[in-house]
Design a protein around this ligand. Structure first.
Ligand SMILES: [Zn+2]
Length: 417
């Protein structure tokens, strides 16, 4: 494990050694208040050991940044080549919406086709280092597939709790990594997860905010910091605005934490505006901000084609990021998301609906004149569309059959110019 790392309570500041199983602050719990723990570092010691080239070199995975990850360099043994994803400049969407410097950070090329690999390679490395033998998570898609892959790669047992309506394609993907899947109702998944962690020795491969998962886990969010490091490495400047799909808020928070670390270490002198993008009918972040940000809004029945970010509530750390960074919580309708998916496809990116969401939101802000054309804008494309064949079919329709004669081909071309 990283010797310059410890856990710190986000509420009272109490510190704990990293060999503690992920939980909440015991000092705050005694006072009847939940204090979330997050990973902190002895930055001065770390900085003294890092040469300037550390920030400009390209490597094969996020383990280039091991000094700023809690697992330390031995976590690299689990690497499948996660991270180090390309930052691609837009060729057509930027021109259409009036942005001269629009970039896509393509996370869909990660080992299990989503940004979650950054989270789980770090989280599972900690599970192994802390002596766990079994890993449990609760998810319907990217999160579970990634947790399963890294848990099994680490030689740990993996159990995934899914709702019965989970798409068969995703269930088979999760199982293909060697994980066990239990199908059960939403509330039971929370109860099962809590019981397994508290009474049966399972490691919670979950998210940071306890309002959002059955048990808080402060480790995975550290993996998302590497997105900020890579952006600075590849752009050479601080982006003005970053649009990120937002479910619980870990990705948004992790990227923000990465930028703040870079400023703390004296490598950048300003921070980007951060946007947590959500579906119009699953907008817990927007509602929470409107209501003062003290407690998450709870939606009865969130609706959206963007299933990966269709959640009832949001973590308060996402609220903190949007407020601190003077960003926003923009939303997009399903039609706007599908339009963005289509436009991204025409630029070479076949992404899932949640990944089209930031592009839809950035387009709305740009078209309303709220972003200057000279600003550097980054949209995070979190996951591949190929995992959702039904959604792709909805986007494209069925191709036509043409009889096997040249005459039939000619007729086809005449009627489909
Ligand atoms: Zn505390």
């Amino acid at each position: 494990m990283n010797p310059h790392t410890y856990l710190r309570c986000r509420r009272c500041g109490a510190t704990y050694a990293l060999d503690l199983a992920p939980t909440t602050c015991s000092a705050c719990a005694t006072a009847g208040q939940g204090g979330l723990l997050e990973v902190d570092y002895d930055y001065h010691r770390i900085a003294a050991r890092l040469a300037r080239e550390f920030w400009t070199e390209r490597a094969q995975s996020i383990w280039q940044y091991a000094p700023l990850l809690p697992a330390g360099a031995e976590g690299a043994e689990l690497s499948l080549g996660e991270g180090n994803t390309p930052l691609i400049r837009s060729r057509s969407i930027g021109a259409q919406i009036g942005l001269d410097h629009l970039y896509f950070k393509n996370e869909s090329i990660n080992p299990t086709w989503s940004h979650k690999d950054r989270c789980h390679v770090v989280s599972i490395a900690l599970a192994r280092a802390l002596g766990y033998r079994r890993v449990v998570t609760s998810s319907t898609g990217n999160h579970a597939a990634s947790a399963a892959a890294y848990a099994r790669r680490a030689g740990l047992e993996a159990l995934v709790l899914c709702p019965p309506e989970t798409s068969p394609a995703l269930l088979h993907l999760i199982q293909s990594y060697g994980a066990r899947v239990i199908l059960t109702e939403w509330d039971a998944r929370e109860d099962f997860g809590r019981w397994l962690v508290a009474h049966d020795g399972w490691y919670p491969a979950t998210t940071m905010d306890p309002n959002f998962s059955f048990h808080p886990n402060p480790f995975g969010v550290e993996g998302y910091k590497t997105i900020a490091y890579e952006l600075i490495r590849d752009l050479g400047v601080v982006p003005d605005r970053i649009f990120v799909p937002c479910a619980g808020g870990d990705t948004l928070y992790g990227i923000w934490k990465g930028f703040k670390e870079l400023r703390h270490l004296g490598l950048i002198d300003r921070l980007p505006r951060m946007y947590g993008c959500q579906p119009a009918c699953a907008n817990a972040l927007e509602l929470t901000l409107q209501r003062g940000g003290q407690a998450s809004a709870i939606l009865d029945q969130p609706q959206s084609i963007a299933i990966s970010v269709r959640e009832r509530s949001v973590g308060l750390h996402a609220v903190e990021v949007v407020s601190e960074s003077k960003g926003g919580a923009p939303t997009a309708t399903d039609d706007e998301i599908l339009d963005a998916m289509r436009s991204l496809g025409h630029e070479g990116f076949a992404v899932e609906p949640a990944s089209a969401l930031p592009v839809a939101c950035a387009a709305k802000l740009a078209r309303s004149g709220k972003i200057d054309s000279s600003e550097v804008v980054v949209c995070l494309l979190t996951a591949a569309g190929i995992k959702w064949p039904d959604t792709l079919a909805q986007l494209t329709g069925q191709p036509l059959y043409v009889e096997p004669t040249v005459e039939a081909l000619r007729q086809y071309l005449e009627t489909h110019r």
